[in-house]
Every structure is written in structure tokens, then in C-alpha cells.
Design a protein around this ligand. Structure first.
Ligand code: BMA
Length: 314
């Protein structure tokens, strides 16, 4: 039984909806602001480097794109040096009355994570570069835990497949007490690498983490989505990781595009009726949406689980 029901009119946003020239629309962070859904999406420019555009919606499915991009690579200051090759894959967290945007900053030095803030989705201020190279997929929890901000991220390592780590910060700038908490599983749908997807969602049973996992095939890598549940009071403790994926590339625009066989999420919005809207990029080319029941995703983690940190790989 499918845990995620795809929206009937997918894809919900494509490059044709964008009033400036881009090649793709994908990997968007999504949140609610006042009575609107905000979608901060990544687009490749025709030079192959990425920028972030903004779209707004009343119902969470039909979006209208702002006339100009929301964030393009910085041209001055420290950010300019580290965003030279583009800004990618934004995640949005609302906490302490402001929206935090974490995004991948690409440059000749590698990929690191930038943190920007906006109070109103009109102005945006870059705050800090919060990792060195080579990190991606930083998601910040929407509440402090034991007084500290908490993030999941995914550093690169040659020794062990790409795994999920946790870190803490008193001020969003300085992060520490880092620890690896979740690893890929050998000969499993996520065996090659995993990474945090949407910022975690609070449930009565724990923090729900919708992540991506990658499997290598003779035809290239396949990106799918899965779920993990973290303890509410100690999110470094994983209560369960769903053994099965919850979403895989199936629709034509997920199977074929700029990069084949990719569903990749950067945002999911919990609703009052116990569902979650999950947003994902299809084949690094378009944006799609679907709905799942939060209790069913939690149940998958708790009743059909696999090890979070096995010892069969490293
Ligand atoms: C990852 C990131 C994502 C992308 C995915 C599939 O490594 O670059 O932005 O969606 O690959 O190409």
C-alpha cells in the first residue's frame, strides 16, 4: 500500500512557470507564512549553476513565482567567495519568530552550508557559513532541545558511506558535540548514501525525519525517500528507521529529466488533520507534491524497522 499519495496534477511547478530564464525547478524548501505556502526552489541557470526562486500559494499546490529570484550567489563579502558556483537545495525552519534558510554554497573550495534568515519572505540576510567543506543537507529542528538548536547534516567521508550526523548550537553560529547517528545499510535501498531531507516534524512519538537514500545501479544512482524517528528529548537517539522506502521515482518526470531516477525532498509541511504534505524534486527538473498520514509514517519506523547504525559497513 502506498504511504504517499501523489497530487493528481503533478508536477506542480516547472520552468515554464518561472518568469526568468531557468533550466530546472527542483529541490524546494516549503513552509507556511501567514495564510500562504512559501516554496523556495532551486533552479539551474543556463550556465549550469543554481539560484533560489520563490513561489507562493494559497492551497499548497498551485504556486505563483515571484518576478525575480530570491537568492543568487552573493557578490561581496565572505559569502561571495563560497557561493561562486551557486546556491542549492534550501531547507526552511521556523523557530523563535524567524525563518531560517540552510542552503548548499558551492565554490572552488567545495560545498558548505550557508544560513540565511528572513522575517517576511521579502528581505533576506545571510547570517553565517555554518560548516566547512564538504557538507550538505543541513536541516535545523523547529524547536530547541535542552536549550540548544539542533541540526542534522551529512558530511562526506571516503572511509565510510555518507551518513547522517547531529550537532548542537547555542546561537546558530557555533556548532558542536557532533555525533554520527545513522548510516546506510549494505545491499539495501539506501546503501550508497543517506542525507536528511525535510526539517524534522514533531509528533507525539518523536521527531519524524524524512530522508533520502541512494542505491547505485548499472544505470546510475536511484534516489528514494525514507523515514526515521528520533527521540523527542534526545534526537541523537533514533527510535526506528523504516525498512522500506516511502517514495521512489515512478512518474515519467521523476524517471527522466536533468538527472534520471530522482525523488529528492527538502521540505514537508505538517497539516492540522494529521497529514503531511511532502514536496520533492522530480529528476532534478520539476517540483512534485504528495500527502501522507503522519501516524502511518511513524508506524513504519516503529514496527518495520532496520538498524540506524549497523556495524556491517564501517
Ligand atoms: C545530490 C544533490 C541533489 C540532487 C541529487 C540528484 O547529490 O546534488 O541536489 O537532487 O544529487 O542529482
Amino acid at each position: 500500500m502506498a504511504l504517499v499519495t501523489r497530487y493528481k496534477d503533478n508536477p506542480i511547478l516547472t520552468r515554464k512557470d518561472v518568469p526568468y530564464e531557468v533550466a530546472t525547478v527542483h529541490n524546494a524548501g516549503v513552509t507556511k507564512y501567514k495564510d500562504e505556502y512559501i516554496m523556495l526552489f532551486r533552479s539551474h541557470r543556463l550556465n549550469g549553476r543554481s539560484i533560489l526562486g520563490l513561489a507562493r500559494s494559497r492551497d499548497g499546490f498551485k504556486f505563483t513565482v515571484d518576478p525575480r529570484p530570491f537568492m543568487v550567489p552573493a557578490e561581496t563579502g565572505v559569502f561571495a567567495e563560497y557561493e561562486e558556483y551557486g546556491v542549492e537545495d534550501p531547507r526552511i525552519t521556523f523557530i523563535d519568530g524567524e525563518y531560517l534558510i540552510t542552503y548548499s554554497a558551492y565554490s572552488r573550495h567545495g560545498v558548505r552550508i550557508g544560513l540565511a534568515k528572513t522575517p517576511d519572505w521579502i528581505s533576506v540576510e545571510r547570517y553565517s557559513l555554518i560548516t566547512e567543506a564538504d557538507y550538505r543537507n543541513v536541516v535545523i529542528f523547529p524547536e530547541r532541545v535542552n536549550g540548544l538548536y539542533v541540526r542534522l547534516d551529512r558530511p562526506h567521508s571516503e572511509i565510510c558511506p555518507w551518513s547522517v550526523w547531529i550537532s548542537y548550537s547555542p546561537d546558530l553560529r557555533y556548532w558542536g558535540d557532533s555525533k554520527v547517528i545513522m548510516k546506510p545499510v549494505k545491499y539495501h535501498w539506501d546503501e550508497m548514501k543517506i542525507g536528511p531531507g525535510a526539517p524534522p516534524i514533531k509528533t507525539a512519538q518523536g521527531w519524524l525525519n524524512i530522508y533520502h537514500g541512494v542505491f547505485p545501479t548499472m544505470d546510475g544512482s536511484v534516489y528514494r525517500l525514507g523515514v526515521a524517528l528520533h527521540d523527542l528529548h534526545d534526537p541523537s537517539k533514533i527510535l526506528g528507521v523504516g525498512d522500506n522506502w516511502i517514495l521512489q521515482p515512478e512518474d515519467p518526470w521523476e524517471v527522466t529529466g536533468y538527472v534520471h531516477n530522482v525523488v529528492f525532498t527538502c521540505g514537508a509541511v505538517p497539516e492540522d488533520d494529521g497529514t503531511v504534505r511532502i514536496y520533492w524534486g522530480g529528476a532534478d527538473t520539476v517540483m512534485c507534491a504528495g500527502t501522507a498520514r503522519i501516524d502511518e509514517l511513524v508506524e513504519l519506523c516503529l514496527t518495520n524497522g532496520r538498524e540506524a547504525v549497523g556495524n556491517n559497513l564501517c
